[in-house]
Design a protein around this ligand. Structure first.
Ligand code: MN
Length: 284
C-alpha cells in the first residue's frame, strides 16, 4: 500500500515574466527571473510562442556561450542555427537540440520563416566544473527520432530524455542525468510517474490545466504556470475537462558555486572574467 508520503507535490508555483532577448525576440522567462533565479541544475527556461512575425523575426544573431548547455525544443516554426566551428542545422517542429557549449562557441539562432507561428522552449542546463571546458557537442534529433509512449488511456508522452515504461529518450548527459518529457493528457486523463531520486524537478503546463499531487495535497496548475515539485517521488498529474499539455523536467543538482553573467556560466568570478577575455580575443 502506498501512502501520501511517497507522493510528489507542488512546493510552489511561478508564472513567467515577459522578457526580450536576442535582437528583440519576445518571450516568457519562467526560470532565470527574480522569482525563480534557478533550480539547480536548471539556469533558465524561456517559452517563446507567437503568431506575430514582428515578435520573432529579429532572431538571435551571433552570441557566445560557455560553461553550460542550451536545450531548444521546437513546437512550431523553423529555426536555423550556425556556429563558428562549422556546425549548422535546421530545427523543425518537434525537433530537439541539446547543445553542450563547453569551453565555448559563437552561434546564431534565426527564424527560417517570415510568417506563421513560432513556438517552443529553451532550457539552460548547468555543467559541473569538470565539464565546463569540454569541447562543444551537439545532440540534435528530428521529430521521428524522439519516441512517443502511449502511457495509458488518453496519455501520450514524448520522451526527449529519461525513461518512461522502459522507453529511453535519445539524449545522454551523465552529469545531470536529465528527464525531459512532453506529456499530452486527454480530457480527464491522469498519469503517474516516478521521479528520479534526489533530482530537482518541475512541471510547466503550456496548454489547458492540470492538477498535480494526490488527495488533499493535489493542487491546480494553470497554463503558463511552473510547478516546483517536492516531497515524494510518485508524481500524479490529471487533466481537466479541456485536456492538457505540459513538460516535466528533472535533473541531478550539481551543488556547486555558480558565477554567471549573460551567456557565461562558470564556478568562480575569475573564471567568468577569463571567459570575457577569451571571447574578446577570439578563443571561442
Ligand atoms: Mn544561444
Amino acid at each position: 500500500m502506498t501512502t501520501t508520503a511517497d507522493a510528489a507535490r507542488i512546493v510552489r508555483t511561478v508564472r513567467g515574466m515577459p522578457a526580450s532577448d536576442g535582437a528583440g525576440v519576445k518571450l516568457t522567462r519562467v526560470i532565470g527571473s527574480p522569482q525563480l533565479p534557478d533550480l539547480d541544475p536548471f539556469l533558465m527556461l524561456d517559452e517563446f510562442g507567437t503568431d506575430a512575425p514582428e515578435d520573432y523575426l529579429a532572431g538571435f544573431p551571433e552570441h557566445p556561450h560557455r560553461g553550460f548547455e542550451t536545450v531548444t525544443y521546437m513546437l512550431d516554426g523553423r529555426m536555423r542555427h550556425k556556429d563558428n566551428h562549422g556546425n549548422e542545422g535546421l530545427l523543425v517542429p518537434g525537433s530537439v537540440q541539446w547543445m553542450t557549449a563547453g569551453r565555448g562557441l559563437v552561434h546564431s539562432e534565426m527564424p527560417e520563416q517570415e510568417a506563421g507561428r513560432m513556438r517552443g522552449f529553451q532550457l539552460w542546463v548547468n555543467l559541473p566544473a569538470k565539464d565546463k571546458m569540454t569541447a562543444p557537442r551537439y545532440q540534435e534529433f528530428a521529430p521521428a527520432r524522439i519516441p512517443v509512449v502511449q502511457a495509458g488511456a488518453g496519455v501520450s508522452v514524448k520522451v526527449i530524455a529519461g525513461v518512461v515504461d522502459g522507453v529511453a529518450g535519445p539524449i545522454a548527459q551523465p552529469a545531470t542525468d536529465p528527464l525531459y518529457l512532453d506529456i499530452t493528457l486527454a480530457a480527464g486523463a491522469s498519469w503517474q510517474h516516478t521521479l528520479p531520486d534526489g533530482h530537482n524537478a518541475f512541471a510547466y503546463a503550456f496548454e489547458g490545466d492540470v492538477r498535480a499531487g494526490e488527495g488533499d495535497d493535489a493542487r491546480p496548475l494553470a497554463a503558463q504556470e511552473l510547478a516546483v515539485l517536492g516531497g515524494g517521488a510518485r508524481l500524479t498529474v490529471a487533466a481537466g475537462d479541456a485536456g492538457a499539455r505540459l513538460i516535466l523536467v528533472a535533473g541531478r543538482p550539481l551543488r556547486e558555486p555558480v558565477a554567471r553573467h549573460g551567456p557565461f556560466v562558470m564556478n568562480t568570478r575569475q573564471e567568468l572574467m577569463q571567459a570575457f577575455v577569451d571571447y574578446e580575443q577570439g578563443r571561442f
